[in-house]
Design a protein around this ligand. Sequence first.
Ligand code: COI
Length: 358
Amino acid sequence: MEIRIKKIEPEKMKLKPLDESKLGFGKIFTDHMFTAKYHVDRGWHDAVIEPYRALSLDPTSMCLHYGQEIFEGMKAYRGKNDAIFLFRPDENIKRMNVSAERMCMAGIDAAMFMDALKKLILLEKDWIPRGIGTSLYIRPTMIATEKALGVHPANEYLFFIVVGPVGAYYPEGFNPTKMYVSEEYVRSVRGGTGNCKAAGNYAASLYASRIANEMGYTQVLWLDAIEMKYVEEVGTSNVFFVIGDELITPPLGGTILPGVTRDSVIQLARSWGIPVNERPISIDDVLSAQADGSLKEAFASGTAAIVSPIGQFFYKGKASVINGGKVGALTEKLYNEILQIQYGEKEDPFGWRVKVTD
Ligand code: COI
């Protein structure tokens, strides 16, 4: 499908941030956005890149009532000689369609999605910051726009993509974060929507996150909803433990998000000869490994968080420090390797990088 491009008038362009060390995450957006509409009788239509604008929604738009809203998180990186790269964008496109199917929303045409990404990124290329660890964050989103109050899958959707320059997701940067293990609240349950990037999953996580933040913790480490025993994920990222010589991460059983960075970590570690096990691991096993010294490192992985060291868990009134609160060697190696691949500074043996060109 043809994407129309309607450029902003030059005098309306926003000022670009000057200090790349103060970008933060998700606060600054560029001059343009992509939108496309879907109607069950017409399919996708009206694909346009246009000046960034507020959306106008009828108060009965179904996304506002029954939560048909899904999204993705991706990044564009500026490498040497101003080359621009995406990292495994096909995986995000696939996952968005898995989320769409689970939430009974319209499937997005993969070619239109990729075309929109490339055209929008090229138009906004001057917004892509230069420093390692900074990037242009990409937020593809789909919402149900049909005006109706009956509970049923909507017949109309809006797909939009907004982008903006970002630095580190956590205020701690690449310093170890502190995780609060929730004993009371759960993020998702078997048969639910935990493996989708559905807005409701994040809404449901806020209450426990607020408790964690009030106690001085960065994030919640979620346990499984049935036994409140097995580690699941860290809400905005997947989680890994280095115990002895093994790298362990909870398996994808439908309750956790199948992270693109998670999969990249697994493939990289295996290629380095590290035994990686996707297996259920209880919080008690994690903490007894911490107590006997075999838990060497813990880290979170995600598009926004990249690879982010964990320095402490708080569970049942007790704080357990990991690796003396320092960044572990494997965590650092994975962080550097993934960044170097993303920025085009290293060979890309897995073919993960996609160069964005005219
Ligand atoms: C991402 O890692 O891109 C995410 O979407 C996580 C988040 C900031 C909600």
